[in-house]
Design a protein around this ligand. Structure first.
Ligand code: PMP
Length: 383
């Protein structure tokens, strides 16, 4: 039973009462005044969250992986070549999607735990012509955060015709993504991470340039995922294309209101403060950070075990003490755990987590100085 455990995996993140309350509101007609207000509200709020005036959000039932498909399928012509800039797991997934739909693509891959540099991106763009560049903002397997603004500048300099797509599933609403100012053409994301809503929605925000590209394509390899079928609904939610998940939309609207009530700058700042306190607390207990220090993301920490600590036993004990964290993915499996600290988590929850970590270490017979972790986070997160 995970019901009363504190969920500190890198998504889904804990969902606060206000959002759960909205999810439990009556299931109304998808073309009712309630949904008209709440879907339009969510669309407007998403624009604010990614700093766009002209971009058009698309919010549909699905998950981050559908948002990845929607982004690629709606802007790729048969003759196009896509460059996938990857830090690891989710870049590789983007390549699998491209393969599944016979989209011509190349992979520019960093070492795990690092990111592709601006110079490496520029060199690749000079070597070959690309019509689309896709990158993961934060790779949830490695904790590495890509320099999106620098990538956007590089693309503008070297390949200004190319459309720039950012996978913000582990970033949007927790780390800045300034769509208009930086020149991003599609930001794709999902409800369940930094935005603090339950899983169930795929979100893509398209720039006018990206929408024009879709309009120029005679056909795309998508039906449900076709932007042009959804645009009228997003512009006017009392139109029908396919029944939207009304309860999830009600919850998502509330979640976006919470994000904006906190204020985006405050929220980004809180993610930074929490991340650095958590890493200090863990290092005071003998853990270390897996990710290269030049590209640490504030939304999660990928943490190496000290010698003598077993991954499965540690996470099991932690679970018994009330906290769920995630194991490593791919080559890091068994060597690290992943601590998600994005969304609406609180100082009190972090202190609770450190208390649980210390209890777990103690019962596993690991030698450490009792209280150091809790004290470190407590002192760094003074209200
Ligand atoms: N991209 C990134 C960066 C992710 O972290 C994830 C999910 N962890 C996905 C895409 C896929 O999202 P979903 O699991 O919602 O399909």
């Amino acid at each position: 039973m995970q019901e009363n455990k504190l969920l500190l995996i890198p998504g889904p993140t804990p969902v606060v009462e206000r959002v759960l309350g909205a999810l439990a509101k009556p299931t109304v007609s998808h073309i009712s005044p309630e949904i008209e207000k709440e879907l339009s509200g969510a669309v407007e709020n998403m624009k604010k969250i990614v700093f766009t005036h002209e971009g058009q959000p698309l919010i549909v039932a699905g998950a981050g992986t559908l948002a990845m498909e929607i982004a690629l399928l709606n802007i790729t012509a048969d003759s196009d070549r896509v460059l996938i800039v990857s830090q690891g797991y989710f870049g590789a997934r983007m390549a699998e999607i491209a393969e599944a739909f016979d989209i011509k693509h190349s992979l520019l891959q960093s070492h795990w735990g690092k990111v592709v540099t601006r110079e490496e991106l520029a060199a690749e763009l000079k070597k070959h012509k690309y019509d689309i560049v896709v990158c993961t903002h934060v790779d949830t397997a490695t904790g590495a955060g890509a320099p999106i603004k620098e990538y956007a500048e590089t693309i503008k300099e070297v390949a200004p015709e190319a459309l720039f797509v950012v996978d913000g599933v582990c970033a949007t609403g927790g780390i800045p993504e300034k769509m208009d100012e930086w020149g991003i053409d599609v930001i794709l994301t999902a409800a369940q991470k930094c935005l603090g809503a339950p899983p169930g929605l795929a979100i893509d925000v398209f720039s006018p340039r990206a929408i024009n590209k879709r309009r120029k394509l005679a056909r795309v390899k998508a039906y449900y995922a076709d932007l042009l079928r959804w645009l009228p609904v997003m512009e006017n939610p009392n139109r029908y294309f396919s029944t939207p998940c009304v309860n999830e939309i009600r919850a998502f609207y509330e979640a976006t209101r919470i994000v904006l009530e906190e204020g985006l700058e405050n929220r980004f700042d809180r993610h930074e403060r929490f991340a650095s306190a958590i890493r200090s607390g863990l290092s005071s207990l003998g853990f270390s950070v897996y990710t290269d220090e030049t590209c640490l993301s504030s939304t999660l920490s990928v943490i190496r075990y000290p010698n003598g600590l077993n991954d499965v036993s540690f996470r099991q004990k932690l679970y018994e003490n009330g906290v769920v964290v995630a194991g490593g993915l791919g080559p890091t499996s068994g060597q690290v755990f992943r601590f998600g600290h994005m969304g609406n988590i609180t100082r009190e929850q972090i202190i609770f987590a450190f208390d649980a970590i210390e209890k777990s270490l103690f019962s596993l017979g690991y030698e450490f100085s009792l209280g150091d972790g809790v004290e470190t986070v407590r002192s760094l997160l003074i209200k």
